[in-house]
Design a protein around this ligand. Structure first.
Ligand SMILES: [Zn+2]
Length: 322
């Protein structure tokens, strides 16, 4: 089992990180958050860091965040595109623009593809992780009902889009996101055909709300936009039993990818604190057949003040589970 680390926080964080040390601790991959704003101003720092990671023997995966916020696991994500191009954003069922670009909007799609091509040129990386692509959903509200979505819906279903998420709407939203991921993947493949497209469906809400989610993995596992399926087990925040949560999530992901034999990446949150049971969770993942585990993330683990006392047992565990 390979063990990776996710690194959020942007350029200010990576300046203090030493890829050689991460490799020495046993990590074999890093998932690097690439914020729209950071890449605009500090592209060179991100490029230098990815090069240093590769030199240290780490596989780098880019995780684009912002960029219209279609991929926005964190509701507070910032995107200059969203602020400046509000007319290309999703429209909810009350007719309001929300802070997420519409994946069916051709102008956004063109802008996004061009940004991803640039990022793929910039970073030495093995692949891209598309983190929780979703449509907007809130209390009693859902998107998108913009003119492009309405037109596309009518063309596909020969009737107007309903005002509720009923009938063909869930299917339409899911297909829209999968088509968006196909375009995103085509953009990075235009730079290098070998780049992996790793898709992380959202786990906080169901597919009915977000479009695609962990409660309906089959269409994601079957999609040609997906080279690798990534699943997150937030057992702590959902107050679930760790072993049961890991086992069930791995089983669901493996069932969804079995037919096309796609690899699965499992994510867990980790810190040196005993309540996070990081080393136990790693053992359970290995026992369930996980080949690539990612720990989220740097802030809670490797940047923790008690990490120096924890790192030996962590690296020994990684070594034993290899
Ligand atoms: Zn739309």
């Amino acid at each position: 089992m390979r063990v990776g680390l996710s690194i959020g926080g942007g350029v200010s964080v990576i300046e203090d990180l030493e890829p050689q040390e991460l490799a020495a601790d046993g990590f074999s991959s890093v998932f690097l958050a690439c914020y729209e704003d950071d890449i605009r101003w500090e592209a060179q720092a991100a490029a230098d860091f990815s090069r240093a990671c590769v030199a240290a023997g780490l596989d780098v995966y880019a995780v684009p965040l912002g960029y219209g916020c279609v991929m926005a696991p964190d509701a507070s994500s910032d995107s200059l595109y969203v602020r400046e191009q509000a007319h290309n954003c999703q429209v909810d069922n009350r007719g309001r623009r929300v802070k997420k670009a519409c994946p069916n909007n051709p102008a956004f799609l063109e802008w996004f593809s061009s940004k991803m091509r640039t990022l793929a040129w910039l970073l030495e990386c093995r692949g891209f992780l598309w983190d929780e692509p979703s449509f907007y959903h809130g209390r009693g509200a859902w998107a998108c009902r913009c003119e492009w979505c309405q037109r596309l819906f009518f063309a596909q279903h020969q009737h107007e889009m309903p005002h509720e998420v009923t009938g063909d709407v869930p299917h339409f939203r899911r297909n829209s996101l999968l088509m968006f991921l196909l375009a995103a993947t085509a953009a990075i493949h235009a730079v290098d055909r070998r780049l992996e497209s790793v898709v992380m469906p959202t786990c906080a809400t169901g597919a009915r709300q977000a479009g695609i989610a962990t409660d309906q993995l089959h269409p994601v596992g079957e999609s040609s936009a997906v080279d690798v399926l990534s699943v997150y087990v937030p057992w702590q925040s959902q107050s679930r039993d760790m072993e049961v949560a890991v086992r069930n999530t791995v089983a669901m992901a493996m069932t969804a990818t079995r037919r096309h034999r796609k690899p699965v990446i499992l994510w867990i949150s980790g810190s040196p604190h005993p309540r996070d049971r990081l080393l136990d969770a790693m053992r359970v993942a290995r026992r369930e057949g996980v080949e690539h585990l990612v720990i989220a993330g740097h802030q809670t683990l490797t940047a923790s003040t008690v990490y120096p006392r924890f790192r030996t047992s962590l690296s020994q565990t990684i070594e034993r589970l290899r």
